[in-house]
Every structure is written in structure tokens, then in C-alpha cells.
Design a binder for this molecule. Structure first.
Ligand SMILES: NC(=O)c1ccc[n+]([C@@H]2O[C@H](COP(=O)([O-])OP(=O)(O)OC[C@H]3O[C@@H](n4cnc5c(N)ncnc54)[C@H](O)[C@@H]3O)[C@@H](O)[C@H]2O)c1
Length: 329
């Protein structure tokens, strides 16, 4: 069977494509390259350049490549931008998904995996977030991911698709330096960016009700996340018409201060973090229960936070050689 990966030239999508190919799956990628990089993809993968909401193109790709499963990662993903441009986010992440699902149903595709996010939960006041924790997103990005899940499940139920929604927690690291995240929107590249410019990392708030007062998050290595997609994709084949919604995290909390310390050790940049005021919308603690994925598919993340930081640093230095020069000076 052939898998179509939308957004497969992106940071996570390219890791998923590689994991699928390494496991012997046939893969075709559809990506508009708005943030994607073609060179991230293995040579054996066909890259179709275009939009994942272009119905005519989708019809050609789905039938032309005999696609029987879709992994949908293409999306807009910046929380701040979603607050400024909610209409763009709803159009891309929700209306675009509806077009894709129409094409999927028309082409008789059997399996559909959707990239969701811990942002669907908002700021829950719980120690561990299970899939039963109420979803109360606090920004348009999270809303579009939740609405996307509703669309996927409803289409699955009505049309006999097997569906899965993967709620990613904080993704970091890289399988190889050239696959690293080139954006500066997540905490690890944000700290690297400050250190490279000779500035101290920033911590937003150290008076939260957590052991060291800084926010606690659940970080997952992107290689683990990619392997989770493979496990879910294979699991879906055995559940005709079934649906699975799962957290993808390690089930382990790491505070911003702890993470910053690991970054200091790995990079050799020892600048003490500066504490700034809290940012609106930051939950004190967001840690996944990883139990469902473990129980349903016998899958658990294996890689440590240190491995995430080390691999992310190699990728960062590939794109910012000055970071290493400053580290040595
Ligand atoms: N990075 C994270 O920490 C994180 C956390 C939770 C969820 N997610 C979700 O994972 C998915 C992938 O995120 P990423 O970090 O790899 O982002 P990314 O920006 O690196 O990848 C997105 C890819 O989709 C492509 N794309 C965007 N809109 C498209 C469209 N309309 N048609 C075709 N291609 C399009 C881009 O060119 C890019 O290659 C997104 O759905 C995102 O919401 C990411």
C-alpha cells in the first residue's frame, strides 16, 4: 500500500517519511514548500509540489499513486500568528482538511492519520493529561486542531475510514542535522538562538506552582514521534473503520529550568537564564499520560531529553556555524 504524507517536507513530516521508508512502506509526499525543504526527503520518495487542499491535484495524486492511507501533517502551526490571523488558520487547518477528506473518501482511501496537538487541551489543571481530559483550547491554533479532530472522526464514522488523531506534546531533536527544525518557535531552538547571539536564555515566570517554579512540559524526540506514526499506521490496518485518539509524549515532566541546564551542558554555553514575567496562556504543567499508546499498540518513546538537545544542537550548528565558534571562544 502507498502512504500519502501531506507536509512531508516539514520538520516532523520528513522524519515520518524516513521512518516509513526505512520500514519498507511506499511513500509519496505532497507539500507546498511554504516551510518545507525538499532536501530533507530520501531520494526514493516522490515529492509532489502543491497544496493539500487542491482538490484536482489530490484526485490525481490519490488515484495516480494508488494511495490507501494518508498521514496529514500539512498545517499552519504558530500559536501567536493564529491569534492575529484566525481566518487563515481556520481556512488552512479546517476548511483545507475538509477538502482533503472529501478527496480521500472519493478515492476510497482506507486509513487516515491526523497531526493533532496538546494545544487541544488548553491549560488543564491536572498532573497528567489523559485523552479523557476535557479539550478547552485557548487559541485559534488549538481550536483548529480540535475542529480537525472532529472532522476526521465524523468523516471516518460516516464513510468507514479508519482514523487516528495523534496529539503531539513538545517535539524536539533531529534524526540527522539536516533534518532539524529550522524555525525558532519552540523552546529548544529559541534558547539556541539566544545563546548564539551571546544573550542569556529567558525563562517566562519562576513563580508557578511547580517544584522549581518554572513551567513543566513533556518533551518527545522527533524520531520517537516518527516511529509512533509508523506504529499507529500499522495498527490502523487492523482496525477497519476504527478510531484512535492518542497522546504522544514520554509521560515525564521536565521544567524549563531543567531543560535550560541540559542545553547549557550540551552546548557549553553556560549563561544563567534571566527570569521575565509570565506569558499569558502558559500552563504551569502539561505532561501527557502515555498509557493509551503503550496499551493499544505496545509503543513507548525511548529517547531522552539529553538526546533531543544533542541532536537539535548538531542541526542548529549546521545552519548557524557561528554558534559553535562562539561556544569555543
Ligand atoms: N512542531 C511541533 O512541536 C508540533 C507540535 C504539535 C503538533 N504539530 C503539528 O505537526 C504538523 C507538522 O509540524 P512541523 O513542526 O513539522 O511544521 P513544519 O512547518 O516544519 O511542516 C509543515 C509542512 O507542511 C507544509 N504545508 C503547510 N501548509 C500546506 C498546504 N496547505 N499544502 C501542502 N503543504 C503544506 C509546509 O511546507 C511544511 O513542509 C503540523 O500539523 C503541526 O500543527 C507540531
Amino acid at each position: 500500500m502507498t502512504w500519502l504524507i501531506t507536509g512531508g517536507a516539514g520538520y516532523i513530516g520528513a522524519h515520518v517519511a524516513r521512518a516509513m521508508v526505512a520500514a519498507g512502506e511506499e511513500v509519496v509526499v505532497l507539500d507546498d514548500r511554504s516551510t518545507g525543504v525538499a532536501a530533507r526527503l530520501p531520494e526514493s520518495v516522490t515529492l509532489v509540489e502543491g497544496s493539500a487542499s487542491d482538490r484536482a491535484l489530490l484526485d490525481r495524486v490519490l488515484t495516480g499513486h494508488g494511495v490507501s492511507g494518508v498521514i496529514h501533517l500539512a498545517a499552519k502551526k504558530q500559536v501567536g500568528e493564529s491569534v492575529e490571523k484566525p481566518l487563515l488558520y481556520y481556512r488552512e487547518n479546517v476548511a483545507g482538511l475538509a477538502v482533503l477528506l472529501e478527496a480521500v473518501v472519493a478515492a476510497g482511501v482506507r486509513d487516515f492519520l491526523f497531526s493533532s496537538s496538546a494545544a487541544v487541551y488548553g491549560v488543564p489543571d491536572v498532573d497528567v493529561i489523559t485523552e479523557e481530559t476535557p479539550c478547552l483550547p485557548i487559541n485559534p491554533y488549538g481550536e483548529t486542531k480540535l475542529a480537525g479532530e472532529w472532522l476526521v472522526r465524523a468523516a471516518g464514522k460516516a464513510h468507514g475510514l479508519s482514523t487516528a488523531c495523534l496529539r503531539y506534546f513538545n517535539v524536539a531533536g533531529a534524526a540527522a542535522p539536516e533534518l532539524s527544525d529550522t524555525g525558532v518557535f519552540n523552546i529548544v531552538p529559541m534558547v539556541f538562538d539566544r545563546l548564539t547571539r551571546g544573550e542569556a536564555p529567558r525563562i517566562f515566570g519562576d513563580d508557578y506552582p511547580t517544584p522549581d517554579g518554572t513551567c513543566v512540559r513533556d518533551y518527545i524526540h522527533v524520531t520517537d514521534l516518527a516511529e509512533a506514526h509508523l506504529a499507529v499506521a500499522r495498527g490502523l490496518r487492523e482496525r477497519a473503520g476504527g478510531d484512535l485518539t492518542v497522546n504522544v509524549g514520554r509521560g515525564e515532566g521536565v521544567s524549563v529550568r531543567e531543560l535550560t541546564a541540559v542545553i547549557g551542558e550540551v552546548t557549553g554555553h553556560r549563561a544563567d537564564p534571566v527570569v521575565e514575567p509570565r506569558r499569558p496562556g502558559d500552563a504551569p504543567r502539561a505532561v501527557a499520560s502515555a498509557a493509551r499508546l503503550s496499551k493499544e499498540l505496545d509503543w513507548t518513546a525511548r529517547r531522552s531529553v539529553r538526546e533531543m538537545v544533542e541532536s537539535a544542537w548538531e542541526g542548529w550548528c549546521l545552519h548557524h556555524p557561528e554558534a559553535r565558534a562562539r561556544q569555543r571562544s
